[in-house]
Ligand binder design. Structure first.
Ligand SMILES: [Zn+2]
Length: 147
């Protein structure tokens, strides 16, 4: 399956170490999540040139469109591990869709939901699982089983 990763090198200025880490993480996460169609992950620096999603992105650091399967992550002034966690978080929502979990959810809001919001459990899962995935990835990088 051919996923797309748009690094936006000219804006984000990744160094070689960052780039290697991002690529290793993407490779890792697609081996552990159930994703059944290609996904595009775009690492952007800021919102100016993203007119069509700018409103939705206002005050947000990430965005996922479950229909087009495009994930946009704002990277400006953020640490790399935080960015990786965001990638994991949004990919978990894609996995939820591919597992058919979101089919009966009419109006899901993944942004600042309260426990009474529709789909709260999916947001809760995305936050928890993304933290675990990044932690495990770091442990593998460090050659340890636990940290
Ligand atoms: Zn979410």
């Amino acid at each position: 399956m051919q996923h797309s990763l748009i690094l936006n090198q000219s804006k984000n200025n990744w160094d070689e170490k960052d780039k290697a880490m991002i690529l290793a993480f993407i490779e890792y996460i697609f081996t552990i999540l159930y994703i059944n169609k290609p996904v595009t992950i775009k690492l952007d620096d800021a919102s100016e040139d993203n007119e069509e999603v700018e409103v939705k992105l206002n005050l947000r650091l990430t965005y996922v469109d479950l229909d087009t399967r495009v994930i946009i992550i704002y990277c400006k002034n953020r640490g790399l591990l935080d960015i990786l966690r965001s990638i994991a978080h949004e990919l978990i929502h894609i996995q939820q869709k591919d597992l058919g979990l979101l089919n009966n959810t009419v109006n899901i809001s993944f942004y600042l939901p309260t426990p009474n919001s529709e789909g709260y459990e999916y947001e809760y899962e995305a936050y928890g699982l993304s933290g675990i995935i990044v932690r495990n990835f770091r442990a593998i990088l460090n050659g340890k089983d636990n940290e």
